[in-house]
Structures are given as structure tokens and as C-alpha cells.
Design a protein around this ligand. Structure first.
Ligand SMILES: Cc1ncc(COP(=O)(O)O)c(C=O)c1O
Length: 271
């Protein structure tokens, strides 16, 4: 038998045989009691991996990027001021995404593979007291740099106490030290294909209570699932809603459709 292909990429990482064997098990009904029990157990253990035992970790059917989008839009109001820290490909990606969503974006750059200047960060925040969120990538996979998110969050709390600290932990969760509660983070987002060693296809997001507090009254506008719904449904013993995406020929873009939005003519619900 030939050796299995080996990916020389920073994820998807090799998946242990036990995970592959679990995936070969018969499909459960995704709205049945067995699945609900399994999903509750997975979410509870995921919260332990995030070092936030007992909290909700939202599971999104999509990639880490979908979870990032859902988390951001769940707690940052439309048009708000967002400070994006960037020092590589993924930091740049979040700058682009925040601009696309219409946030008033300020960028704080560090050279590739370099740490952020915390004094500059403090000055930027003091100059913009209305900053609603600071976005930072913990492990910038494109350069291999692990940023000192604890120090960054401390600086944010001191200079702009109301700003939420939103962390991309796609390649750091379960791979590097990450302490959302102790470090005072507000959103931590990851994906299934890296440190937790499962295949790609799921995104995870944890929000602090103050971030969930900000989500009240916000209308989700993104292309992914609604963070609030992804939290509430499993709590109520209901299966997670699949992301709803309709093809909108008028805009040629996938668009998230809330329950309030009307369904385009001809679109049918599947499943
Ligand atoms: C740091 C970081 N952020 C975001 C992403 C995007 O994650 P996904 O491909 O799951 O959307 C990646 C993927 O490699 C990453 O390494």
C-alpha cells in the first residue's frame, strides 16, 4: 500500500487514526437526541480546550474565517471604529474583511515576523477613544510569529477600557499558550484543521460575557451564521442552524439571510 499523501502546509494537519475512524461511523440524525447529546459533549470539551470551562463555544459550519466573521459581527456594531493589528497575511486579511463590512478601520502595522510596538498601540488607542474593537492575530501563520496577546490585551484595557479584544487563534488554539479569561480577551476564534487535529470544515468562537452583552440588539449582516443563534440554539437543546446562504444574482455574492430577510424568488430550502 502506498504511503498516504503528506501535506507540507501549516494545516490541515495530519488527523489521528481515531479521528478518521470516528468519521467512518454511521451518520446521526442532526436533529435527533443522540446528536444533541454528542454536540453538547463536544461543546463542553471544546470549552476546556479553549480554557474557558463551562462557557459557550460556538461551532460554525464553515472555516475559521467564517467563525471570525460571525464573532466580529456578533459584538461590533455596524460602522464602529476598529483597530486592526497586522504583521502578515492573516492580519491583512482581517483589515480587508473589516473594511468590506464598513467598519472605520485604523491599521497598526509591525514588520513581518516582528512584535507590535505597545507604546504606539497605546497612543493609537488614546487618540481614538471610541475604538470598539482591536483585532489581532495570535499566531501569524504566514510568518510564524507568535504575538504577545496577553501584553497587547493589557495595553488595550489600560488605554481603551471599552474596546473589545478580538483574537484570531486559528493556528494557536491547542498549539500555544492561550488564556482567554486570564488575559482579558473578548473574542477568540479558531478552526478545526490545526491544533485540534480534525479535518477542515468547522470554525469555533468564544466570546466573553461583555462581548455577548454588546451583541444584544445587533442585526447580523455577514455572510456566515449568526453568532447569537449559534449560541442560543444548543443551549435550548436544539440543533445548530446551518448557515443560510442564498445565491443573489443581483449582487453575484453569497449573502447571509436573516429570518427577517425575504427569500429570493426561486430559492428553496433544502433539508
Ligand atoms: C492565523 C490564521 N488565521 C486565519 C486563517 C484562515 O482560516 P480558515 O482557512 O480556516 O478560514 C488561517 C488559516 O491558515 C490562519 O492560519
Amino acid at each position: 500500500m502506498s504511503a498516504p499523501p503528506r501535506l507540507y502546509a501549516p494545516g490541515p494537519v495530519p488527523v489521528p487514526p481515531e479521528v478518521l475512524a470516528a468519521m467512518a461511523r454511521p451518520v446521526l440524525h442532526h436533529r435527533g437526541p443522540e446528536f444533541r447529546e454528542l454536540f453538547a459533549r463536544v461543546r463542553s470539551r471544546l470549552a476546556e480546550v479553549f480554557l474557558v470551562p463551562g462557557d459557550d463555544v460556538v461551532v460554525v459550519t464553515g472555516s475559521g474565517s467564517a467563525a471570525f466573521e460571525a464573532a466580529l459581527l456578533a459584538c461590533v456594531p455596524a460602522g464602529a471604529e476598529v483597530l486592526c493589528l497586522r504583521s502578515g497575511r492573516f492580519g491583512e486579511k482581517w483589515v480587508g474583511l473589516c473594511r468590506r463590512f464598513g467598519f472605520a478601520v485604523t491599521e497598526l502595522a509591525a514588520g513581518y515576523g516582528e512584535e507590535y510596538d505597545l507604546e504606539r498601540l497605546e497612543a493609537e488607542l488614546r487618540a481614538r477613544p471610541g475604538t470598539a474593537a482591536v483585532v489581532v492575530v495570535h499566531s501569524e501563520t504566514s510568518t510564524g510569529m507568535l504575538h504577545d496577546v496577553a501584553a497587547i490585551a493589557r495595553t488595550v484595557r489600560a488605554a481603551a477600557p471599552d474596546a473589545l479584544v478580538v483574537v484570531d487563534a486559528v493556528s494557536s488554539l491547542a498549539a500555544a499558550e492561550l488564556r482567554p479569561r486570564e488575559w482579558g480577551l473578548d473574542a477568540v476564534v479558531s478552526g478545526s484543521q490545526k491544533g485540534v487535529m480534525t479535518p477542515p470544515g468547522l470554525g469555533f468562537a468564544w466570546l466573553s460575557e461583555r462581548a455577548w452583552g454588546r451583541s444584544e440588539g445587533l442585526v447580523p449582516t455577514g455572510t456566515s451564521t449568526s453568532g447569537a443563534s449559534a449560541r442560543a440554539r444548543p443551549r435550548a437543546g436544539r440543533a445548530a442552524r446551518r448557515p443560510r446562504r442564498w445565491w443573489r444574482p443581483s449582487t453575484s455574492r453569497w449573502a447571509w439571510s436573516s429570518r427577517r430577510a425575504s427569500r429570493p424568488a426561486g430559492a428553496r430550502r433544502s433539508g
